[in-house]
Design a binder for this molecule. Structure first.
Ligand code: SF4
Length: 243
């Protein structure tokens, strides 16, 4: 089996910490998924739209996220109106997706940041930034974390970045690709350089699906999961076996 070339290190990594990444399992997953799940509906979305949609996706499903986004677009004619909206009105608009207050504050912080840095409500200029700068600058915005920036980098800017959310983190950890002791951001920093070029989005989307439908937080459906034979959790090969 041909192993695809590794990409150069495009993001920061865990410093002074030796951790093992099971590249053989990454290759196994990529081979098993082939090109499934590559039809991401919002690919090539402008960075601001992608970032706002990602904020709206926090702690809810894709349907609620899209309904919240549609509600925003219907309520406010443009980004300027949204930036100047009263917080209670914005919260009311976002109420169906949950965490409305936090999401409203974050979205308005993003818009204020865009206006202050670029003179208008756009994030298009970030397309010219290199990937480390993307992470360094965007995570300064209150409410914007590493995962959100990684999603914008991967899906809107098509950078070689592999986003790790809670589902991806849980699955990678149970499989034994990365150690259990890491949190999602540490897992991202650790595993990202090992994901081959052009497989980032496909692997991310498929692991999310696996995490939502099989490798659920409680009572994973190991008996019908196709990755049991390489899974540390299922094979009880490490401390995941302590249930
Ligand atoms: S075998 Fe079980 S724990 Fe392992 S990836 Fe599949 S569902 Fe998750």
């Amino acid at each position: 089996m041909r192993v695809l070339p590794q990409k150069p290190q495009t993001t920061f990594r865990t410093q002074n910490q030796k951790v093992m990444v099971r590249q053989d399992k990454i290759t196994y997953l990529i081979t098993a998924f082939k090109n499934e799940g590559t039809e991401y509906r919002h690919r090539n979305e402008a960075p601001l739209e992608c970032l706002v949609r990602t904020v709206l996706s926090q702690a809810t499903n894709d349907g609620n996220r899209d309904r919240s986004y549609a509600a925003l677009k219907a309520r406010y004619p443009d980004w300027g109106a949204l930036a100047k909206a009263s917080l209670p009105d914005l919260e009311l608009t976002l109420r169906s997706g949950g965490l409305a207050r936090r999401k409203a504050r974050t979205i308005q912080a993003v818009l204020r940041w865009a206006q202050a840095n670029f003179g208008s409500y756009t994030l298009d200029p970030i397309a010219k930034w290199d990937t480390p700068r993307l992470f360094a600058e965007l995570t300064k915005i209150p409410g914007i974390g590493v995962k959100t920036v990684a999603i914008v980098a991967c899906f809107s800017l098509e950078r070689a970045v592999f986003p790790v959310d809670v589902h991806v983190h849980r699955v990678l950890t149970r499989l034994g690709v990365t150690p259990r002791k890491l949190n999602p951001d540490q897992t991202f920093r650790t595993v990202d350089p090992f994901i081959p070029f052009s497989r980032d989005a496909m692997l991310h989307l498929n692991l999310i699906e696996l995490g939502r439908h099989y490798c659920t937080s409680r009572q994973p459906k190991c008996s019908v999961c196709r990755f049991g034979e390489i899974c540390d959790y299922f094979l009880q090969k490490n401390d995941w076996a302590v249930k």
